[in-house]
Design a protein around this ligand. Structure first.
Ligand code: UDP
Length: 366
């Protein structure tokens, strides 16, 4: 059987594209090297708790079209992400807001908080922030940077904040309101029942082959499809011939605890350097779980090496330049398209993945 599309990767990008292709009568075969669908949004059931096996995923978007699109596949609950940060023996609300500033400096009003930040900013003389450190300092001042950003960021990225792009810290809201919502987006929630059923519904009626490595499969089945959508690592696709792109990976230490509530919040960040993990996720709180036991995951960040899962592309200048050279090769392909976080080497949130996949589908399937 010959398919219109071979889709490499059963994650969100591949599943959205496959769904759209099937809708217009195209045939697709989806393959994935893992033993399950849903890529990194896969949830594993442990004692009735949906464990976000590859890290916490909180759906948020301001794009109404994307929100309506995902709502075809799931009902979303009213979870609002409000992490807390532990720095040594102090605890702060995130993102950076009046609750954080009030705890840090004893201030009560926005004017008092602004004055405090202004005072710290004035000592620094930063006009145009050139890196993450300068961006963070000029947004929030020295205290917030030292206690809540520097240690966490250097653990997460394994690089000094002076060598990281400023955009990474601009992901987080910074506001003079007593508002602990981690996102500014209009829509937010967790799909009731976890993420795996969402992808299952997207892939309804589409053949999926798991535990199937693309590079082996295509050697054995070179004529399997007219076109390929590749959502794996673009540098691996080209045999790393221009050099290897860098990624960060995350190792999870997941543990079931015999208690109902371990930390009182889904996400607790550990922002000092001394604690080796970046955060602890208590999965049940994403869905307001009332189970007698709980499951937590500690996240340890490290540099990616071949053979382990890549998570975060490192979009600094050096890697972006290398990616641009791979991109130039990709643009010459007539039978292969690239998509997703690894195919596009982009620090995508889920809503941006869906947006990108829908755009690609519109262009490709027109
Ligand atoms: N960050 C920080 N302190 C925190 C949480 C985040 O400095 O307590 C910074 C850090 O540089 C991180 C970035 O903000 O890489 C983006 O955080 P986000 O929570 O968006 O990361 P993700 O959830 O994608 O891992």
């Amino acid at each position: 059987m010959k398919y219109d599309y071979l889709i490499v990767g059963a994650g969100l990008y591949g599943a959205v594209f496959a769904h759209e292709a099937k809708k217009v009568g195209k045939t697709c075969l989806v393959i994935d090297k893992r033993g399950h669908i849903a890529g990194n949004i896969y949830c594993e059931d442990m004692d009735g708790i949906h464990v976000h096996k590859y890290g916490a995923h909180i759906f948020h978007t301001s794009n109404k079209k994307v929100w309506e699109y995902v709502n075809q596949f799931a009902e979303f609950n009213h979870y609002v992400n409000s992490p807390v940060a532990v720095y040594k023996d102090e605890l702060y609300n995130l993102p950076f807001n009046m609750n954080t500033f009030s705890k840090m400096w004893g201030v009560k009003t926005p004017a008092e908080a602004q004055a405090k930040i202004e005072e710290q900013r004035a000592e620094l003389n930063i006009t145009e922030p050139k890196n993450l450190e300068e961006q963070a300092l000029s947004l929030a001042g020295r205290d917030v940077y030292e206690k809540l950003i520097k240690g966490y960021t250097e653990k997460q990225w394994g690089r000094p904040c002076t060598e990281l792009p400023a955009f990474i810290i601009k992901r987080l809201p910074f506001r003079f309101m007593y508002d602990n919502n981690y996102f500014n987006d209009r829509y937010q929630g967790i799909p009731v029942g976890g993420y795996t059923p969402v992808v299952e519904k997207m892939l309804d009626g589409i053949p999926v082959k798991l535990n199937t490595d693309y590079f082996t499969f295509i050697k054995e089945n070179p004529e399997i499809a007219d076109k390929t959508l590749f959502t794996g690592m673009i540098d691996e696709f080209y045999g790393y011939k221009l050099g290897a792109l860098e990624y960060r990976t995350v190792r999870f230490e997941t543990e079931k605890l015999d208690m109902e509530n371990y930390q009182g919040n889904a996400v607790v960040n550990y922002t000092d350097r001394e604690v080796p993990y970046t955060r602890i996720i208590e999965h049940k709180h994403f869905e307001f779980g009332k189970q007698p036991a709980t499951v937590i995951s500690r996240e340890y960040s490290s540099e990616w090496k071949p053979g382990i899962e890549p998570y975060y592309p490192i979009n600094d200048e050096k890697n972006n330049e290398l990616f641009a050279r791979y991109r130039a090769l990709a643009e010459k392909e007539e039978k292969v398209i690239f998509g997703g976080r690894l195919g596009n080497y982009r620090y995508y949130d889920m809503d941006k993945v869906i947006e990108a996949a829908l755009e690609m589908a519109e262009k490709e399937l027109a």
